[in-house]
Design a protein around this ligand. Structure first.
Ligand code: TPP
Ligand code: MG
Length: 404
């Protein structure tokens, strides 16, 4: 395990997108607090350290002795299989959008390890309240691949997760930034009131932590000692806004300390470390230890969504360098060294994963679109009169255009 204190400024690991500007910001700050130098009446009240955990180096070699789950052949393989299947799904989804068969889609390329870690760390009864890039966690909890395509195709039925699966407790994807975080503490509050041993995991991006909803939720979570884990998916960018222009904070983990929550960093491209850190935070919350904040360091290798062209604002060299930290390549190297994975396994996985993504695409494209008036059906229990007539007008007009 790699622990490094940020207060000393040593060994801090950040996505390359924020490493340089953060260093600049640091240089501008005094290393000593002038107040304590100037006045003998002033004493130090508190200080906060931010730690980073990593087991796998970018080349897949071990940075530290891995936890037991990573030495269990079946578990270790299952995590890799989910990661690769998610990447293949992602590729198919982008292809569907590019060929006019899917609406805007948010790719997860380069960030797959985080979803895998969430999926493996949560217990079946826990509640996952996602942003929009953690498909692997949703697949692990029973959401079919075609449901995600349906969602991005504008069909709300995709978010009706199958009964009898862990996902049935979970929330839909949240494209509105950070608005789901206050909802998440509401759910955690309900768990506490009911005295249940369940935990909420709410994920969001680095950009989302600039929103008031997010700060309010973090603050309240600690005041009420709620069983919740806030996961910040730091991929270096909020659309075209790099992290260093998003915040003056040295890192996102430290944002927890203001609310009394311990914040820590994990290498989000190291699936072993991410699962280990999330599991610890989840079990701590389950045992009454309250909320935690985990900042997972990763990188968005794709455009923000298919509606974006990152070449307009992001240096190509940064992306090339980030590919060296690819979570799939890294974990595969670990599995091979451990003797858990062979070329034959890889070939079989690629074939099965490609077929699964293809089958999901076919299920999606073969599904009859909802009637146009369905757009009115999922917000209100009883539709207000002002919308009832609009619904009727849309219904009377009938379907426009065709299919997907
Ligand atoms: C409330 C709200 N404001 C603005 C937007 C537009 N928007 C979509 S994604 C995004 C950036 C989000 O960045 P981040 O939280 O880092 O997540 P990432 O996309 O990088 O995973 C913004 C501003 C939105 N979807 N919702
Ligand atoms: Mg981001």
């Amino acid at each position: 395990m790699l622990h490094c204190a940020n207060s000393s400024g040593k060994n801090r690991v950040l996505p390359s997108a924020i490493a340089k500007p953060a260093a600049k910001a640091q240089a501008a700050q005094p290393t000593v607090n002038p107040l304590t130098e100037l006045s003998s009446a002033t004493t130090k009240v508190a200080s906060y350290d931010v730690f980073l955990t990593r087991y796998l180096n970018p080349d897949g070699s071990l940075a530290a002795e891995p936890p037991a789950f990573a030495k269990d052949r079946d578990t270790a393989r299952a995590m890799y299989e989910l990661m690769v299947r998610t990447r293949l799904f992602d590729k198919k989804a982008v292809a569907l959008q590019r060929t006019g068969q899917l609406g805007t889609y948010a790719a997860v390329l380069g960030q797959e390890a985080i979803g895998v870690a969430i999926g493996h760390a949560l217990a079946a009864d826990d509640i996952f309240i996602p942003a929009y890039r953690e498909y692997a966690a949703q697949f692990a909890r029973g959401v079919p691949m075609h449901s995600i395509l349906q969602y991005w195709g504008g069909d709300e039925r995709g978010m009706a997760y199958p009964a009898g699966t862990p996902s049935h407790h979970d929330f839909p994807l949240s494209v509105p930034i950070a608005t789901h975080i206050p909802h998440a503490i509401g759910v955690a509050y309900a768990i506490k009131l009911k005295n249940e041993r369940r935990v909420v995991l709410a994920s969001c991006g680095d950009g989302a932590t600039s929103k008031g909803d997010w700060y309010e939720a973090v603050s309240s979570a600690k005041v009420w000692n709620l069983p919740i884990v806030f996961l910040v998916n730091n991929n270096g960018w909020a659309i075209s806004m790099p992290s260093h222009r998003q915040t003056g904070a040295q890192n996102y983990a430290q944002k927890g300390f203001a609310g009394g929550i311990t914040g820590e960093q994990v290498d989000g491209n190291d699936v072993i470390a991410t699962r280990a850190v999330l599991s610890a935070a989840i079990e701590r919350a389950r045992d009454g230890g309250g909320p935690s904040l985990v900042e997972a360091l990763t990188y968005r290798l794709h455009d923000h969504t298919t509606a974006d062209d990152a070449r307009r604002y992001r240096p190509e060299a940064e992306v090339t360098a980030a590919w060296e930290r690819c979570p799939v390549k890294r974990y595969k190297a670990y599995l091979e060294t451990a003797g858990f994975w062979s070329q034959a396994d890889e070939d079989a996985l690629i074939a099965a994963g490609t077929a699964a993504a293809e089958a999901a695409a076919q299920t999606f494209t073969a599904t009859q679109p909802q009637a146009p008036e369905a757009i009115f059906d999922h917000l209100y229990e009883t539709l207000p009169k002002s919308m009832a007539w609009q619904r009727e007008e849309v219904r009377a007009r009938g379907p426009v255009g065709g299919g997907h």
